[in-house]
Design a binder for this molecule. Structure first.
Ligand code: PLP
Length: 252
């Protein structure tokens, strides 16, 4: 993962459009190379750290969903941008149970489910809001202590327990690969997620369609696509290098 490389800042709607197009083209090329249909891979723009005013420009450039790591940051932007039609929000970072109410109020997707307690809290809050949520379970595929997500071995048990929560629509799995320059180590995280998803499909309740694999970021998305990603979460390659270090978003 090229975490130190510099991505140019996109400042105008036109530059944003160009960056989005360029990333989309790279996605399509990676699909072609892997013998996959480009329509199978969704680009999720990750807008964390960028102010709502800037997201307005990204909306003008065509974005209709934003991924945000921290729920309160996302919630605030949702409030500021509530005049924009058909704009959806996806929370991709670890969530404390006591903040489930925020996600329930405005998000349409959540990629970081990592406990039964959190599932319970989300379902309860969604009932109150009369809303539903598409959910991915976050798996710690690298085994690093610093990474959120459940261990792969715990996933089967959690999946069977999630049937009890009708407001949660479990769509698949999410992971963050190891942050390493060793391509094969990064790839092995993506393979692990895909293989786990394939195993879980066999034991999942019939209504649960585990189609989604949310994996790949600016530095490693082509590799993720080769290994089956259906959603790539891209921030810096669209918006430019972030000033905040990654440790602000997940512990080191
Ligand atoms: C920030 C973030 C991304 C995007 O990372 P970039 O390097 O900006 O592409 C993807 N997933 C999660 C969980 C993130 O917090």
């Amino acid at each position: 993962m090229t975490s130190n490389s510099l991505y140019p800042q996109a400042e105008t709607i036109e530059q944003l459009r160009q960056n989005i197009d360029a990333v989309r083209q790279r996605i399509d090329q990676a699909c072609t190379k892997a013998g996959r249909d480009p329509l199978e891979v969704r680009l999720l723009p990750v807008s964390k750290t960028h102010p709502a005013q800037y997201l307005r420009q990204a909306y003008a450039a065509g974005c209709r969903m934003f991924g945000e790591n921290k729920v309160q940051e996302a919630y605030q932007k949702w409030q500021e941008l509530d005049d924009l039609d058909n704009l959806k929000w996806c929370v991709i970072g670890h969530l404390q149970t006591n903040k489930a109410k925020y996600v329930a109020r405005f998000a349409s997707e959540f990629h970081a489910l990592d406990s039964l307690r959190l599932a319970q809290a989300l379902n309860q809050r969604l009932e109150i809001e009369n809303r539903d949520l598409d959910v991915l379970i976050q798996i710690n595929t690298s085994g690093e202590k610093s990474k959120y997500g459940i261990a792969p071995e715990q996933a089967a048990k959690l999946i069977t327990q999630l049937e009890a929560f009708p407001r949660l629509h479990i769509r698949g799995l999410m992971t963050l690969a190891i942050n390493s320059d060793d391509t094969e180590q990064v790839r092995s995280c993506f393979i692990k997620l895909r293989e786990l998803r394939d195993q879980l499909k066999k034991i999942a309740p019939p209504k649960m369609q585990l189609t989604e694999l949310s994996m790949g970021m600016s530095g490693d998305f082509e590799l993720a696509i080769e290994e089956g990603a259906t959603i790539v979460r891209i921030g810096q390659a669209i918006f430019g290098t972030r000033e905040q270090p990654d440790s602000y978003y997940w512990p080191k």
